[in-house]
Design a protein around this ligand. Sequence first.
Ligand SMILES: CC(C)=CCC/C(C)=C/CC/C(C)=C/COP(=O)(O)OP(=O)(O)O
Ligand SMILES: [Zn+2]
Length: 447
Amino acid sequence: MESSSRITVTQREQSMVMNDVKMMYEIYASVPPKTQRLMMELQRDNHMEYLLRGLQQLGPSFCVLDANRPWICYWILHSIALLGQSVDAALEDRTIDFLSRCQGPDGGYAGGPGQARSCFFLEDCCSTAVFIFYQMPHLATTYAAVNALITLGSDKSLLSIDRGKMYTFLKHMKDPSGAFRMHDEGEIDVRACYTAISVASMLNILDDDLVRNVGNYILSCQTYEGGIAGEPGSEAHGGYTFCGLATMILINEVNRLDLAALIDWVVFRQGVEGGFQGRANKLVDGCYSFWQSGPGEAEYHIDSPEATPESDISEGKESSDGTSSEGSQNASCPVNFDNVGFVSSEGLAEREPLFHGIALQRYILLCSQDPGGGLKDKPRKSRDYYHTCYCLSGLSVCQYSWLKDEDASPLPRAVLGPHSNLLEPIHPIFNVVLDRYHEAHEFFSRS
Ligand SMILES: CC(C)=CCC/C(C)=C/CC/C(C)=C/COP(=O)(O)OP(=O)(O)O
Ligand SMILES: [Zn+2]
């Protein structure tokens, strides 16, 4: 029996959600076609208004204990990019400047700028206590900041990332066991492994030292259910399954996992509601539209890179940031770092996705969409930027899930609702819009 902190949902909770979802679908079925079209339409303008408002609010007035502002930048910017839009130059500059202030002097990004954050007056005396919060670089906010800057995409944005220091930071987060810690003396888990490997891969600083033994750790987290847990002995969960599988693909060790069991576990997480749950016996939630559909997509799309001893890294070339990659290619770690994560453009044939894409789109559009802007977990819940980002990411995965070729257009039958619902395609491993990924990949391959 595995140790678990899971509280299984009660039958009452489950049937309440089922009723809410059923009601949404019944309302849809009972209204005239014109109203149906409106209900199934992605409310682009309202989503944009909601997202832009959020980005404007990221200034210094944000609450003292808020330590995830790079995440908010990423969730909002990625959602905007998915909608095929971008921010104006002034807002882009402000965002780059803000994220630069989150970058630590020794690399990585913290949850906010590292200056004194606030002061409080004590109620029972007249003295003033000044609390200084130094934000600590953290792998999760580092991943968010890097993805946000890649999504902005300009040279200024990409150049603002100190890759040399980033490499030092990632090495510092690497535990002797091979896994990664979220922050200095922080917890080791599958999220940390994914965020570290994803960042290193995107920035073209991935080498043998970072890869060493990380696959063993991920392997130790695959559970008897088939999915991947956050740490050994815990329960399989969609978020960690995404992180673990994506990491294994990036380090070219995916075949070490029991993929049949993993895919089996993932597909059974799609419920009759159409949406996915994060783990067995829990409630459907819009954010798992990405976490649970992403792994299958990633697995389908990604080339299996062969070892190429001629690659820059195997030749021990020194990168412009001074990061030496000498001796990184060897028999025990046959990774072609030039190719990892590249989406295949071979073949034009369709393929059948692993999940029911239309049912998932129906759940996202009717149950997770706030018509006034933003997306959410389920009916009765409120919108937020996290759910907006991952519901839209999941929607994009569905729309392109029948295509083998990244350049082909989705077939009308793959897109639920009007064609204006079509989002930009994403890279399923990094979760950035595909053309931003290609631009960044090219930029960091040059430098
Ligand atoms: C890149 C990165 C940092 C990825 C994070 C991946 C991710 C979403 C992990 C999920 C963590 C977790 C155990 C949530 C359970 O919450 P819950 O018990 O409230 O939800 P549940 O009932 O749906 O399981
Ligand atoms: Zn959620």
